[in-house]
Design a protein around this ligand. Sequence first.
Ligand SMILES: *[C@@H]1O[C@H](CO)[C@@H](O)[C@H](O)[C@H]1NC(C)=O
Ligand SMILES: *[C@@H]1O[C@H](CO)[C@@H](O)[C@H](O)[C@H]1NC(C)=O
Ligand SMILES: *[C@@H]1O[C@H](CO)[C@@H](O)[C@H](O)[C@H]1NC(C)=O
Length: 402
Amino acid sequence: MTITISVALLGASIAYANIHQGRAVNAALPPQSVLVDPKSFAVLPDDFSYRTDSFNQHFNPTNSQDFPTFQVFNGAFLDIIGSSPSISEIASNSSFAFAHEAPVYIAETDEVFFASNDGGPLGMSDINHNNAFFKLNLTEAEQMLSSGGSQTVNVPITQIPLPDSIQMTNGATGPSNGNLILANSGRGTIPSTIALVNSKPPHNATVILNNYFGRQFNSLNDVKVHPTSGNLFFTDTIYGFLNRFRDTPLLPGQVYRFDMDTSAVRVVADNIDKPNGIAFTADGKTAYIADTGASGGKPTEPGTVYAFDVDPTTETFLNRRILAYIDAGVPDGLQVDVNGNVYTACADGVQVFAADGTLLGKFFLDISSANMVFAGPGRMVILAETKVFLAKIAPTTKGVVS
Ligand SMILES: *[C@@H]1O[C@H](CO)[C@@H](O)[C@H](O)[C@H]1NC(C)=O
Ligand SMILES: *[C@@H]1O[C@H](CO)[C@@H](O)[C@H](O)[C@H]1NC(C)=O
Ligand SMILES: *[C@@H]1O[C@H](CO)[C@@H](O)[C@H](O)[C@H]1NC(C)=O
């Protein structure tokens, strides 16, 4: 169950001017959006019901009851969402968490690929059952939305058959030379793998890595390609064990680099509790890693996005610092836009931070998202377990594809 904690927002229009930081403000807030000025909730009233949990109790200080909503915490968010943003539900299945992670957008066919929940609630997968990999057609979704005049449609999804060597897909990126790149957790004794999958039918697949010098990874979580070197970077964490479909973990939670030419694999970052989402800035100089340490009811552990410098020679991750500690559950999937803003999926939807750590705004769903992907300029597909959302934002907002 989701409980939304609210406090009345005082002086919204005045606050709007405040957060616009000196820029001319005469435009109204765009549709489906609400202003959430940090000044309006810095001091909460005596009768405020404080949150005791950040996963199920979401912060909704304007008491808005319309979900999904764009919450504007800073004027710069208006440049990201543009003047006529919208978020629509394009697919749903209340009994199946079919849309969990591993989103990849293929522009050529206007399709989004994604994986169902691996080992978690409503995932219909466990140590005896693989999860499923799907695609949906965004052209079809857009046509259904415009013909029905509704903000909720249910586009059909198509399962992609994968070989038995690929089990419990949890992360993906691409396309890279026409292929999706999958990070698979493995299942039982079947190892974690990195695999290439043809983005076109017959969607044939090839495993390109399944061990670290003869040892199995714990359960690979997510993957990105470095934008300039082309090397592959992936995270390994213990969710396969926690979700009871993998054996006792035998390696630290780490980030690895895989050289696509030589197949050499090495560690580039450690000392992360549960390394999860990964993303690079367009220039490849900064890497972001999400630490989901607080998941599973551990509020004193990290729920934090870390920034690192990527060493230009070794590609080791250096100079770790905090980009943001998330106020809603933990940060899971990460994406970066071409202006360097960082998007993270978390317990209340998608939150957006500037490179300096400022919370700019939220795609506030009031339900949990584990990942999202840009689907061409001005579009983002958000996976929310039993639902998929399509957000339309400013056409100038574009994701880094890596
Ligand atoms: C929801 O998913 C279940 C499990 O795959 C399936 O049996 C059912 O038909 C789906 N429902 C809808 C409405 O698609
Ligand atoms: C996606 O849907 C559109 C509209 O129905 C259709 O024209 C197009 O062929 C579909 N794309 C694919 C790859 O099937
Ligand atoms: C898919 O099959 C084609 C044709 O055999 C091959 O050229 C391609 O490398 C394969 N792709 C993957 C990802 O296995």
